[in-house]
Design a protein around this ligand. Structure first.
Ligand SMILES: NC(=O)c1ccc[n+]([C@@H]2O[C@H](COP(=O)([O-])OP(=O)(O)OC[C@H]3O[C@@H](n4cnc5c(N)ncnc54)[C@H](OP(=O)(O)O)[C@@H]3O)[C@@H](O)[C@H]2O)c1
Length: 253
């Protein structure tokens, strides 16, 4: 209790962007989830739903001061650019010693790249940096926190476009490679950490109405994230290293 009062006073003095705030619904015994890219789109919906479910939610944003919707949820907001090693190191430093039950590597980009001729190599490098190296950096930095958590769960938000088996239509250069490589990262991580009770899953959210998915997408963020949360609730260590869809279906690699 004393710790909570001290924490609340510090929050009042320093303000929300400088100091993590804890959802009123969550208690110190609630599980903790950290979501990257939580200021909009699927990340914001993850934060909203887990906060509503009583979890302690840490939502990261590149620009916390501008993350109004995320801050309005009353969750902890922390700065993170997944391409910036210093930003990742600072996050890990600020969270040193705090157990994290689940990491959702959600931040991602899809700059439009259609045919091979239209594809710019520098843009592909940028996509790989965010979508593939980002989750590697963040997972590596937060591994001690995850190891100290009860659930030891890592959800890498991939895409159906990362499936090599299902790639019939081509296009989306860079993005497809980045998610296929993220899938391989998930499998490799699952193999390495499986013996320690970790659950690592590559999760395809479906086609969702966000800035990335556009207005014609078939799912609302609420539908996609509700589905993913049900899948996550059902996961056991037997499921580590799987590639799943928001509705629980297994996606061929
Ligand atoms: N929407 C779909 O249909 C769909 C389908 C399959 C997979 N996905 C995947 O789902 C995830 C979320 O997508 P979304 O639809 O929610 O996309 P979105 O609406 O475009 O949001 C992307 C999020 O990623 C953040 N981000 C971008 N670059 C970052 C960086 N360098 N460091 C930290 N955060 C960064 C953005 O922050 P800023 O606001 O600062 O840019 C934003 O919060 C992505 O991994 C995406 O590939 C989406």
């Amino acid at each position: 209790m004393k710790k909570l009062i001290t924490f609340s006073l510090l929050t009042l003095v320093l303000g929300t962007s400088a100091m993590p705030t804890t959802s009123p619904a969550a208690s110190e015994s609630s599980p903790t989830v950290l979501i990257t890219g939580a200021n909009r789109g699927l990340g914001l919906e993850f934060a909203r739903q887990y906060e509503e479910a009583g979890w302690q939610v840490i939502g990261t944003a590149r620009k916390p001061d501008a993350a109004t919707d995320l801050k309005n949820l009353g969750v902890t907001v922390m700065q993170l650019d997944v391409t910036d090693g210093d930003s990742v190191a600072q996050l890990a430093k600020d969270l040193d010693g705090r157990p994290i039950d689940m990491l959702i590597n959600n931040a991602g980009i899809l700059p439009s790249q259609n045919t091979l001729t239209e594809t710019e190599v520098d843009t592909v490098a940028w996509i790989l940096d965010v979508n593939t190296l980002g989750p590697l950096r963040v997972t590596q930095a937060l591994l001690p926190n995850l190891g100290a958590g009860d659930r030891k769960t890592i959800i890498n938000i991939t895409s159906g476009l990362g499936s090599i088996a299902q790639n019939q239509s081509g296009r989306f250069y860079g993005y497809r490679e980045s998610k296929a490589a993220l899938n391989m990262f998930s499998r490799t991580l699952a193999a390495e950490l499986g013996g320690d009770g970790f659950i690592v899953v590559a999760m395809d959210p479906g086609w969702v109405q966000t800035d990335m998915g556009g207005p014609n997408a078939t799912l609302t963020p609420e539908q996609s994230i509700s589905g993913i949360r049900s899948v996550i609730d059902s996961l056991t260590v037997e499921d580590t290293g799987t590639y799943r869809r928001y509705n629980g279906a297994t996606v061929p690699w």
